[in-house]
Design a protein around this ligand. Structure first.
Ligand code: SF4
Length: 215
């Protein structure tokens, strides 16, 4: 597969920004605490499912102090329809405890600090920063990874390397491009049966379209 040229990269970027002018996450949240938990729960789980779970969870535990002293089984019960709920329940409680112990009860708004919290990886930290502060960061999830490869923006085998490629190539507006690529991957450039001839606005720039043609 060929990589996109500089000119093509610029064109892809412009089209993403035009088509998704103010794309934001589909996760529902009211503050940093809710956003962080929603993003943690969304790993390997759909945003829709997370949005069904969180209202009751946030009602029972409206802040880090209440979550830090929560009973593990109660939290498990509230999030049991989410994938990997056992680990996620443990992690969100531990995360809340660490915020209380090490950060005076304030979730740190810095990706280098966020990754120190239990259950918070680089991707979760970046997504939180992108969403909450509009930070110029890229986060690569399954959608961004697929779209980046299909468009020839990266040949990298890992998410970390793909993130590097996208940061180098796009340079600016990374937060908006991140959200745009997530939505584009979720609804248009889907894993199976991408909508190449129906909804895609990047067909002329795509490096993989041919492989999706009916044979
Ligand atoms: S043409 Fe198809 S594979 Fe290529 S970016 Fe568009 S939807 Fe994805």
């Amino acid at each position: 597969m060929k990589l996109a040229t500089k000119k093509e990269i610029e064109e892809i970027k412009q089209r993403f920004l035009e088509h998704y002018p103010d794309s934001v996450t589909e996760l529902n949240y009211k503050n940093l605490y809710e956003l962080l938990i929603a993003v943690m729960l969304s790993a390997q789980c759909t945003d829709k499912r997370v949005n069904i779970i969180t209202p009751a969870l946030f009602k029972a535990y409206p802040d880090v102090s209440s979550l830090a002293v929560a009973e593990l089984d109660d939290v498990k019960e509230l999030i049991k329809t989410c994938s990997f709920f056992n680990n996620k329940a443990k992690n969100i409680i531990k995360m809340a405890q660490m915020v209380i112990e090490k950060y005076n009860g304030e979730i740190p708004l810095d990706e280098k600090e966020l990754v120190k919290l239990p259950g918070v990886g680089q991707k979760t930290a970046n997504v939180v920063m992108i969403e909450y502060t509009g930070a110029n960061l890229m986060a690569v999830d399954t959608h961004v990874f697929r779209v980046a490869h299909r468009l020839g923006l990266s040949k990298a085998k890992t998410v970390t390397e793909t993130e590097k490629d996208l940061v180098e190539k796009f340079k600016t507006d990374l937060h908006r491009l991140h959200q745009a690529m997530v939505l584009f991957g979720r609804y248009i450039c889907t894993a199976k049966n991408p909508k190449c001839d129906k909804d895609c606005f990047l067909t002329d720039l795509c490096k993989s379209k041919e492989s999706f043609k009916a044979k």
